[in-house]
Unconditional design. Structure first.
Length: 415
């Protein structure tokens, strides 16, 4: 009974209804299980990942309402046409959702009371709820959002630093795509407790909408580098990016959107074939299998040779530069030998390298190298003709590395 509470249908207990409900739960349970197998393509994932379906733990509350922010314009128009509404109605509603950032249907004052009531019965308008925000001294802002099943995710707003870039009014949002992460990179806080579930498209889109609303800033760039492996939640990711990109929604250009992956080879190729010109970043963190194996278990499934072949495919199909992210971890991957090997790889692929001094995670043994060592690594890459940036850490005082704020919040809640 509790399961249907949000659907507003507490009296429906017929055997047929129960059978449907059991089936729905089975589908969701299968969906949970497929999360661990790398690049799920099965039907269970397709069903669980479709627009509007909250894919949640069995113990949590399930909604049968449709998430409005999972819908493309044509989906909403089709729903409204069935209700006999005129074609312009969808645009009116979308303006309220994305331009006015309305948080309730009651705010949509140019719609009739009857329509607002019907919309609120059938659609969920908000998919995330802000629990906490934390400001770092460098004005990076981190948001902890709660989802309908009480799961927690993180989103970070990173303003460009005046003086470092030409456009100081640029605001980048770092978005999460899963609750937790299945890939267990040894240095990362996000994967410490495994993966709970994929985010729906609405939950991905709503991070951007709420970040804009809470900060009062217009977001210009998106990096999919928050919690989770975006390419393991492929269908929801692409749907969300289509909405983020659409002029009727957030209108953020595809070239201003970067997807970062641990290195899922088949999905990198699929991304290369997408009509949207999304940018690709690959978390390399090691220039040989030996180093990568030590810190990234995914390398056993997709060793460097296969990963770099997928990068080749991306670069040749897209005719665009890609980026390698490379965390510098003291004594693990920061030798000059690794720098030379990385230089050769990046050179062949005409890739940029983004060096990130490791952000220590409580309870993990890894350390950040001395600044001079990071500089030396960068210098070596540059000697190969590579564009290599050494990230000035932003937000370290607010636990801005992946998954850290969420872990801290959960630890505080347990204490
Ligand atoms: N799963 C995707 C995106 C999420 S992680 C990926 O692996 O690319 C975004 C980036 O932050 C990745 O490059 C990841 O390796 C890096 N990262 C994770 N923990 C970090 C830490 N403690 N310090 C610095 N970077 C970290």
């Amino acid at each position: 009974m509790q399961l249907d509470r949000r659907a507003g249908n507490p009296s429906s207990t017929s055997p047929a209804h129960n059978a449907v409900r059991r089936r729905r739960l089975q589908v969701r349970f299968q969906t949970q299980k497929t999360l661990d197998c790398g690049e799920p393509t099965g039907r269970a994932m397709d069903i669980g990942a479709r627009a509007g379906a909250h894919c949640v733990n069995l113990s949590s509350v399930v909604t049968t309402k449709t998430d409005l922010k999972s819908l493309l314009r044509e989906d909403l128009s089709a729903r409204l046409a069935k209700w006999g509404e005129p074609v312009y109605r969808a645009d009116q509603i979308l303006r309220w959702v994305y331009q006015q950032q309305a948080e309730s249907f009651d705010q949509m004052t140019n719609l009739s009371a009857e329509l607002r009531q019907r919309l609120s019965e059938q659609f969920e308008l908000n998919s995330v709820r802000a629990l906490k925000t934390r400001n770092a001294t460098d004005t990076t802002e981190k948001f902890l959002f709660q989802l309908h099943d009480h799961a927690l995710i993180e989103t970070v707003l990173i303003p460009a630093t005046p003086g470092l870039t030409t456009s100081s009014d640029r605001h980048t949002v770092c978005v999460s795509t899963q609750v937790g992460c299945a890939y267990g990179c040894k240095f990362c806080a996000s994967g410490l407790e495994g993966v709970k579930r994929n985010l729906t498209a609405a939950e991905i889109v709503d991070q951007v909408v709420h970040t804009q609303k809470l900060s009062g800033e217009r977001v210009s760039n998106i990096v999919i580098m928050g919690m989770g492996e975006p390419l393991a939640n492929y269908d929801n990711l692409i749907r969300a990016l289509r909405i983020i990109n659409a002029p009727w929604a957030l209108g953020i250009g595809a070239r201003k959107i970067t997807v970062s992956t641990v290195g899922l080879v088949l999905r990198i190729k699929q991304l290369a074939d997408e009509p949207m010109q999304i940018r690709l970043a690959v978390s390399l963190h090691g220039a040989t299998d030996e180093v990568r194996d030590r810190i990234m278990p995914v390398n056993k499934k997709y060793p460097l040779k296969e990963l770099l072949a997928a990068c080749d495919y991306y670069v040749n199909t897209r005719k665009r530069m890609m980026t390698f992210e490379y965390i510098l971890i003291d004594g693990v991957n920061d030798s000059l030998e690794q720098a030379h090997k990385l230089g050769a790889i990046a050179n062949r692929l005409h890739a940029k390298v983004n060096l990130i001094p490791y952000n220590p995670v409580e309870g993990l043994p890894w350390k950040r190298p001395e600044r001079s060592r990071c500089k030396m690594f960068q210098h070596t890459l540059k000697s190969h003709g590579i564009t290599a940036t050494l990230r000035i850490e932003k937000g370290t005082d607010i636990n801005a590395a992946c998954g850290q704020l969420r872990l801290r919040h959960e630890a505080e809640a347990r204490a």
